[in-house]
Design a protein around this ligand. Structure first.
Ligand code: HEC
Ligand code: HEC
Length: 211
């Protein structure tokens, strides 16, 4: 009996592959929606993030910025440092976006989600942070915190405050922005190397007041 069954069973994986291949939509919003299902366990059904595992809100970030960060994770410019547990969680996900057009498709989908403005959780001194923001950060992230695409500086208004501080710390230790090929990350990192934890909390407390 087994002798007769073997040939048809052997064809099954090929058939399954063909079916999956046919069902995959071309690059664009439909493919983006399909891919986003793999992001939801961590970033939430609406891209609102899951603080418990340090996964930030990503809904409504600009498409160019999401693409840049997914590429950055793929390249290992982010998410490779041994102490960067959140980044280590994210990087394997970026690596799965390996079909042509996957990165722009999912980025387009996430960019189209309504931005969520999570409540503040930290207690920095916004007054002290204002001076630093206006002297340094404003050049790239703008007086309104909405970023500047030409300088590849993202909007930082809609992100969780704990995530923003976490990223400033990542830049400072070189878990982000340390690879010379990562031009924009290197640009940002330069601002953080002399900042204390308190200065980071203060400047982000100020960013929250810009909402
Ligand atoms: C296993 C959990 C997990 C999954 C699944 C996951 N992420 Fe993430 N993601 C994270 C964590 C944690 C971070 C924060 C990483 C850090 O601090 O460097 C993150 C960060 C990001 C960032 C950086 C945001 C910023 O403001 O710089 C983007 C963009 C992102 N994820 C997109 C995605 C997309 C798109 C998917 C689905 C294809 C996805 N993620 C799937 C956990 C996850
Ligand atoms: C010279 C331009 C420049 C200046 C000045 C600057 N940034 Fe940035 N910032 C960037 C760029 C570019 C990125 C994106 C880096 C990347 O692609 O990884 C960034 C990223 C960030 C991020 C990560 C956001 C995310 O979604 O992960 C935070 C937080 C941030 N900046 C805060 C600040 C603060 C606070 C200051 C002032 C102390 C500041 N930046 C000054 C250019 C700048």
């Amino acid at each position: 009996m087994a002798r007769h069954r073997t040939p048809s069973l052997a064809r099954l994986p090929l058939l399954a592959l063909l079916l999956v291949g046919c069902a995959t939509p071309p690059p664009g919003m439909e493919r983006g929606a399909e891919l986003f299902e793999t992001c939801q366990p961590c970033h939430g059904a609406n891209g609102e993030g899951t603080p418990d595992i340090q996964a930030p809100a990503i809904a409504g970030l600009p498409q160019w910025y999401i693409e840049a960060q997914l590429t950055s994770f793929q390249q290992g410019w982010r998410g490779k440092h041994a102490d960067d547990l959140p980044g280590l969680r994210m990087r394997p996900m970026a690596v799965t976006l390996n079909r042509e057009g996957d990165v722009p498709s999912v980025a387009q989908y996430v960019a189209a989600l309504a931005a969520i403005f999570p409540a503040s959780t930290l207690h920095g001194n916004a007054g002290a942070g204002a001076a630093q923001y206006e002297q340094v950060c404003v050049t790239c992230h703008g007086a309104d915190g909405r970023g500047n695409e030409l300088l590849r500086a993202p909007p930082i208004l809609q992100l969780h405050d704990w995530y923003l501080v976490q990223e400033l710390q990542n830049f400072r230790v070189g878990a982000r922005g340390a690879n010379p090929a990562d031009t924009w990350g290197v640009t940002m990192r330069a601002n953080t190397v002399v900042m204390s934890d308190q200065a980071m909390q203060d400047v982000i407390a100020y960013v929250q007041t810009l909402r």
